[in-house]
Design a protein around this ligand. Structure first.
Ligand code: ADP
Length: 206
C-alpha cells in the first residue's frame, strides 16, 4: 500500500508527502534488516554443504558488475575488473556472490561520486587473493577490528541514509569462513579502503 501511495503522492495533501516518503523508506529499511538477519541465521545454523560447486571467478565478477550498474552509474563511479581468465573456485556460488557483491556495493556506497572501484584477483602459489579496492571515505583504524560485528557502523546516520543494515560485513565474514578464508581490511581515512581475502589453493582450480 505504501508503495502505491508513494507513487501517487499528488493525490495527497502536500503536508503528507514527507511522512509518506519516510514511512516508505523506513519500511524498506526494515525489510532489508529482516532479509539480512535471515541470511545470517541461515549461514550460521546450516552446516556448509559438502558438495562444492565450480565457480568461475571472472564470470562472477562480471555478474556483480552487471548487477551493480545502477549504483555505479548513479554515482558516476568507474568499476574495473582485473581477473585472470579461468580461475575456478570450489565453493558455494550464491554465497560467494553475496560476499563479493556486498564488498563491491559497500565500496560504491562509501565512495564519493566519480570514484574508482577495483575488483582484483591475483593467483599465487598458495591460492588466490581477491580484493575490492575503493578510493573513498576510508575508515579510522580503531573501527576496523569491529566492522564485522553485527550492526556496527562507523557513522550510523550516513549508513542509515544509504540504506545499509549494518549486517553486510558480518555476512561476508561468515561466508568467507565457510570457504576457509577470512576478511582482511586495510584503510586510510579520506584515501580509501581495500577489503580482501585469500582463498587457499585447495579451493582453486586454474
Ligand atoms: P552497512 O549496511 O552499514 O553498510 P556493513 O556491515 O556492510 O554495514 O558495513 C559496516 C560499516 O563499515 C559501514 O556502516 C561503514 O561505516 C563501514 N564500511 C564498509 N565498507 C566500507 C568502505 N568500502 N569504505 C568505508 N567504510 C566502509
Amino acid at each position: 500500500y505504501l508503495e502505491t501511495i508513494a507513487d501517487n503522492l499528488d493525490s495527497f495533501d502536500a503536508r503528507w508527502h514527507k511522512p509518506i516518503e519516510q514511512m516508505r523508506s523506513q519500511s524498506q529499511r526494515m525489510e532489508n534488516i529482516v532479509r539480512d538477519l535471515l541470511v545470517l541465521s541461515s549461514i550460521e545454523t546450516r552446516a556448509a554443504p559438502r558438495a562444492q560447486e565450480k565457480v568461475d571467478l571472472g564470470e562472477l565478477a562480471r555478474e556483480i558488475e552487471a548487477h551493480t550498474q545502477e549504483i555505479m552509474q548513479e554515482k558516476q563511479h568507474r568499476f574495473l575488473i582485473e581477473c585472470p581468465e579461468e580461475i575456478i573456485l570450489l565453493g558455494q556460488r550464491s554465497e560467494l556472490y553475496s560476499a563479493l557483491s556486498n564488498l563491491v556495493i559497500n565500496a560504491a556506497k562509501y565512495t564519493p561520486a566519480k570514484g574508482t572501484i577495483q575488483f582484483r584477483a591475483t593467483l599465487d602459489p598458495k591460492g588466490v587473493t581477491i580484493a575490492v579496492e575503493d578510493n573513498g571515505l576510508g575508515i579510522e583504524s580503531h573501527h576496523i577490528p569491529r566492522l564485522t560485528e553485527r550492526f556496527y557502523r562507523v557513522d550510523p546516520s550516513r549508513s542509515a541514509e544509504s540504506g545499509g543494515t549494518g549486517l553486510g560485513l558480518a555476512i561476508v565474514k561468515h561466508i568467507l569462513a565457510r570457504h576457509d578464508s577470512e576478511l582482511d581490511i586495510e584503510s586510510t581515512p579520506r584515501k580509501g579502503s581495500i577489503f580482501s581475502c585469500h582463498i587457499p589453493k585447495e579451493r582453486v582450480l586454474s
